[in-house]
Design a protein around this ligand. Structure first.
Ligand code: NAP
Length: 285
C-alpha cells in the first residue's frame, strides 16, 4: 500500500496507473503534476488524482512514491526540479519507453543514481494520449519491465514491483541495454515503419484515392502512426543507437525483398512470406 503517490505527467500512462492503483486500493492519496491546468483539473474530475500542483517540487512533497510519466525529452528537466526536495526514503520510478536515456537523465539531475530509483517500462499503451484516454485496465495481464541498477535498493525494487502487480501486470526484470535493444526491435522499429508508410502514401499525388481504397489491412498496419509525434520523436532520439541498428537490418531485408520482386524470384518471395507467416501465426497463437 502506497500512502501518497505523486504522478508527474498525468496522461495516458500516468493516469491509467493512478486509476488502476485506486481500484486495487493500493494507494491512499494521488497528487498529480503537469504544465496544463485544464488537463489536471480534468484529472481531478475523472477521479484520477485527488489534487494537483503545477509545481512538480510541491507535488512530490511527502510522497512515498514518485512516478515520472512525461515524454522522454522532458525527464531530465523534471528531475532537476524535484531533486533538491525529494526525501531520502522516497521511491522514484518512471514509465519511459527507453531506459538508458532515463538513467542518464536521473544521474545528471541528481548527480548520482539514488538508491530509491527503479527504472520501469509498462509494455502497454494505445495510440491515444492525455488523461481522457486513461483507463484502469491498461496494464491488466500486460508486461512491465523493471531495469534495476547496481545502486537500486531492494526495498525500492520490491515496492515498485508490488505497485505494478497491483495493477494486474506481469513484472519482469532486465538489464537497461537489453531492454533498449529488445524494444527497438519490437516497438520502436514497427512505429518507424508505420509512420514512414503513412507519410510516404500521404505525399503521393493521388493520395485521396489511396486512402479511399485502403482497407482493413492498411488500418491494422498503420494504427500506431496515430501515436503522439512528440513522444515518438523523443523515443527515437533516446534510443538512437539500438533503433539505427534495427533500421539498418530492416533496410537490408527490404532491399532483398525488392531484389526478389525485381528479378521475378518467386521462390525467394515464397520463402520469406512462409517464414514470416509461421512466425506471426506462432506469435498470435
Ligand atoms: P501523454 O498521454 O501525452 O502524457 C504525458 C503527460 O506529460 C501529459 O499529461 C503532459 O501534461 C505531461 N508533459 C508533457 N510534456 C511535458 C513537459 N515537457 N514537462 C512536464 N510535463 C509534460 O503520454 P503517455 O503516452 O502517457 O506517455 C508518457 C510516458 O510513457 C512517455 O515517457 C512514454 O515514452 C511512456 N510510455 C508510453 C506508452 C504509450 O503507448 N503511450 C507506453 C509505455 C510507455 P501537460 O501537457 O499538462 O504537461
Amino acid at each position: 500500500m502506497i500512502g501518497r503517490l505523486a504522478i508527474l505527467g498525468v496522461g495516458l500512462i500516468g493516469g491509467s496507473l493512478a486509476l488502476a492503483l485506486r481500484r486495487a486500493h493500493h494507494v491512499g492519496e494521488v497528487v498529480g503534476a503537469g504544465r496544463r491546468e485544464d488537463n489536471l483539473r480534468r484529472a481531478v474530475e475523472l477521479g484520477v488524482v485527488d489534487r494537483y500542483s503545477l509545481d512538480p517540487a510541491e507535488a512530490v512533497a511527502g510522497a512515498d512514491v514518485v512516478v515520472l510519466a512525461v515524454p522522454l525529452g522532458a525527464m531530465e528537466a523534471l528531475c532537476r526540479r524535484i531533486a533538491p526536495v525529494l526525501g531520502p526514503a522516497t521511491i522514484l520510478t518512471d514509465v519511459g519507453s527507453a531506459k538508458g536515456a532515463v538513467v542518464q537523465a536521473v544521474r545528471a539531475a541528481f548527480g548520482r543514481l539514488p538508491e530509491g530509483f527503479v527504472p520501469g517500462h509498462p509494455i502497454a499503451g494505445t495510440e491515444q494520449s492525455g488523461v481522457e484516454a486513461a483507463f484502469a485496465d491498461l496494464f491488466y495481464h500486460r508486461r512491465v519491465i523493471l531495469t534495476p541498477l547496481a545502486e537500486t535498493g531492494l526495498r525500492a525494487l520490491g515496492e515498485v514491483r508490488e505497485m505494478w502487480e497491483a495493477t494486474g501486470a506481469i513484472v519482469e526484470e532486465m538489464a537497461v541495454d537489453h531492454h533498449d535493444h529488445v524494444l527497438a526491435a519490437t516497438s520502436h522499429l514497427p512505429h518507424m515503419l508505420a509512420f514512414a508508410l503513412v507519410d510516404s502514401l500521404a505525399r503521393l499525388e493521388d493520395k485521396h484515392e489511396v486512402f479511399r481504397y485502403a482497407a482493413g489491412g492498411f488500418r491494422d498496419f498503420t494504427r500506431i502512426a496515430s501515436s503522439d509525434p512528440v513522444m515518438w520523436r523523443d523515443i527515437c532520439l533516446a534510443n538512437r543507437e539500438a533503433l539505427l541498428e534495427m533500421m539498418g537490418r530492416f533496410r537490408g531485408d527490404l532491399d532483398r525483398l525488392a531484389e526478389a520482386v525485381d528479378s521475378g524470384d518467386g521462390d525467394t518471395l515464397l520463402e520469406i512470406f512462409r517464414r514470416a507467416k509461421a512466425a506471426r501465426d506462432a506469435f498470435a497463437g
